[in-house]
Design a protein around this ligand. Structure first.
Ligand code: NAD
Ligand code: DAU
Length: 335
């Protein structure tokens, strides 16, 4: 099987490429990535030189480039490529619409023309918006995105539905909860707080810190995607989550305790506009239909993740010393 993975140089994409080649060593993977600020070839340095792995730098919205790649033969597409950070979408929504909506549509169009057997769209639980009260999102929950990021992902998600209904393109969509693990860019909560704590820098908690996210270890997300890629039913949506709801303050405390750092590093700062209060995912459909289960308890995944950032300081120091500093100043200086 030959798979075109897009966004494979980012956090989840790079974990997925490594995972899929580990469990299916005979597969061929082409990784198409634009290498934006979030893409990093060091994430896949261990795969360089492998015969069945190829990296191509380019934009998923580039129809000419896609034409050339699909003409070489592609059995399945796994679309991770996206602008993925909510705070950046609030600052400058335009890129999010270009990549997440128009880019996905260009990819769907190429997949349609070349009749690929499978198109897996990596959507997100953020398309459901914010949960009020008890319960969890099911695949039937209404879409109610609240940020430019989640609105762009919801648009892409609906375009996938339209390509299935209108053109019979065998599209499957997954909506996963918050991932954490190795190679996550240190703009997101967990790697930001781990690396700030290691440098004895403040941990900027938005608002009261009682916002809730449902966390999944990235390898468990990858195993779910492997199941859906092979056995998911075309036209279906599968929620993916690991039943690990935590407030942001609980996450902060876990990190401080594991690193033996002082709670005095915590700073409550101005809240994120339109901040979703709570996400929680009901993943019973993928568990019942496809027999998938998450395998990593939250405390084990967090211990492994913190250990990974401790062992890989050159990886994140390099990121944090570059253009990231400018971003950090802009985003947090007057917060
Ligand atoms: P990321 O920001 O770490 O990686 C995104 C990758 O896409 C980068 O390598 C970047 O260079 C690439 N990219 C961006 N624009 C591109 C373009 N126009 N053409 C080609 N490549 C481009 O993101 P992530 O956290 O790994 O998320 C991957 C996907 O999973 C996204 O679609 C995101 O919406 C979705 N998702 C993320 C989470 C999470 O918790 N991180 C949860 C659910 C779903
Ligand atoms: O739910 C899936 C989504 O999870 C993905 O679709 C997104 O791509 C991914 O970025 C993530 O979105 P969140 O907005 O939930 O993740 P983030 O790490 O940015 O924030 C997690 C929580 O932590 C959220 O409530 C905001 C808060 N936060 C975040 C940062 C960066 C802080 O309190 N301080 C911070 O500095």
């Amino acid at each position: 099987m030959k798979i075109l993975v897009t966004g494979g140089a980012g956090f989840i994409g790079s974990n997925f490429v490594r995972y899929i080649l580990e469990v299916h060593p005979d597969y061929e993977v082409v990784n198409l990535d634009l290498l934006t600020y979030a893409g990093n070839l060091e994430n896949l340095a261990d795969l360089e030189g492998r015969e069945n792995y190829r990296f191509v730098r380019g934009d998923i919205a580039d129809a000419g480039l896609l034409d050339g790649l699909f003409a070489e033969g592609v059995d399945g597409v796994v679309n991770f490529a996206a602008e993925s950070h909510v705070d950046r979408s609030i600052e400058d929504p335009g890129h999010f619409l270009a990549t997440n909506i128009l880019g996905t549509q260009a990819l769907l169009e190429a997949a349609r023309r070349y009749r690929v057997n499978r198109f897996l769209q990596i959507s997100t639980d953020e398309v459901y918006g914010s949960l009020a009260g008890e319960g969890a999102f099911t695949e039937e929950s209404p879409l109610a995105p609240n940020s430019p990021y989640s609105a762009s992902k919801a648009s892409a998600d609906l375009l996938c539905r339209a390509y299935w209904k209108t053109y019979d393109l065998p599209v499957v969509v997954t909506r996963c909860s918050n991932n954490y693990g190795p190679f996550q860019f240190p703009e997101k909560l967990i790697p930001l707080f781990i690396t700030n704590a290691l440098a004895d820098e403040p941990l900027p908690v938005y608002g009261d810190g009682l916002y809730v996210r449902d966390w999944i270890y990235v390898r468990d997300h990858c195993s779910a995607l492997d199941r859906v890629l092979h056995d998911g039913r075309p036209g279906e949506i599968y929620n993916v989550g690991a039943d690990a709801e935590r407030t942001n303050l609980e996450i902060t405390q876990t990190i401080l305790e594991k690193l033996d750092k002082d709670a005095g590093l915590v700073r409550h700062v101005k809240d994120r506009p339109g901040h979703d209060r709570r996400y929680a995912i009901d993943s019973s459909k993928i568990q019942t239909e496809l027999g998938w289960r998450p395998e990593t308890p939250f405390q084990d995944g967090m211990a492994d993740t913190i250990d990974w950032y401790l062992r890989n300081e050159p990886w994140w120091q390099k990121i944090k010393s570059g253009e990231y500093r400018e971003y950090y100043e802009r985003m947090y200086r007057n917060r």
